[in-house]
Design a protein around this ligand. Structure first.
Ligand SMILES: C[S@@+](CC[C@H](N)C(=O)[O-])C[C@H]1O[C@@H](n2cnc3c(N)ncnc32)[C@H](O)[C@@H]1O
Length: 253
């Protein structure tokens, strides 16, 4: 096998993405995805609509340079744990939100992409299990195979308090724009070996996410296409069945 890229892992691919973007003069790699209008619309629908101003604790998966991290911090008084597989993204987010880190409101932690308890174990170390208002991930789980998405849902059942929310975007393969991107990306993604920094999406249908979330103990609130952009999926679910979650976690071990 000659693909050093794959054995180096997704974290290394994202580190490279950051280095290339910095070399090209971008201050905050990732701010080129979408624009402020789209970010705000998503934030209003997925976070403001689910009580972000009253959250005490939240966990972010794949914060990048932290544009949604900042929105959450500014919306209320929540303490935030942000976890990412890329050390470069963690470093830049720490630089961008240096005041929040210094104030103790933001903790940034590297996680291993091959650890099915990665975020759960960090939450346990800081004493947050069962106490978090929301676990969220925007524009990140579109890039991972669905089993990794399911792993974060499972982990969230030990992190969230009852009634807590899992909020995410997903690669919705059934929208017209999703179909166009899937087809348009074929050559580029296959030639690049599916490396995530190429924008490789892992497409799913919303029914798969709805069914999996229900199996794991969530009540699905939103699982549809973003009404503004019409391409990516929006997902919000409330954690409500600890017994179903325990059965799923036991079956996963
Ligand atoms: C497209 S960026 C999105 C960043 C940020 N959420 C935003 O919207 O600007 C994808 C992020 O997910 C991170 N990531 C990739 N795979 C991950 C995984 N398995 N677990 C956690 N984070 C991951 C990347 O390092 C990167 O920070």
């Amino acid at each position: 096998m000659t693909d050093g890229e794959h054995t180096a892992g997704f974290g290394a691919s994202w580190d490279r993405y950051v280095e290339d973007a910095k070399a090209a003069g971008q201050a905050w790699p990732g701010d080129d995805w979408g624009d402020e209008t789209l970010w705000r619309a998503w934030f209003d629908r997925l976070f403001v609509g689910f009580g972000v101003d009253g959250w005490q604790r939240a966990v972010e998966i794949g914060q990048g340079t932290g544009k949604y991290t900042k929105f959450v911090l500014d919306a209320g008084r929540a303490e935030l744990l942000a976890c990412d597989v890329s050390q470069r993204f963690l470093d830049l987010c720490g630089e961008r939100l240096v005041d929040d880190v210094a104030a103790g409101r933001l903790k940034l932690t590297k996680i291993a992409e091959d650890d099915p308890a990665s975020v759960r174990d960090v939450a346990e170390r800081i004493g947050w299990l069962g106490s978090v208002d929301a676990v969220y991930s925007i524009d990140s789980l579109v890039h991972v195979p669905f089993t990794f998405f399911a792993s974060y849902l499972l982990q969230a059942t030990e992190i969230l308090k009852p009634g807590g929310r899992f909020i995410a975007t997903f690669a919705h393969g059934l929208t017209d724009a999703g179909q166009r991107k899937l087809i348009a990306d074929v050559g580029r993604v296959v030639r690049a070996g599916g490396r995530p920094e190429t924008g490789c999406f892992h497409w799913i249908a919303p029914e798969l996410l709805e069914r999996t979330a229900a199996t794991i103990g969530f009540r699905v609130e939103i699982c549809d296409a973003d009404p503004l952009h019409g391409r990516d999926g929006h997902f919000v679910a409330t954690f409500e069945d600890p017994q179903a979650a325990k059965s799923a976690r036991d079956a996963a071990r």
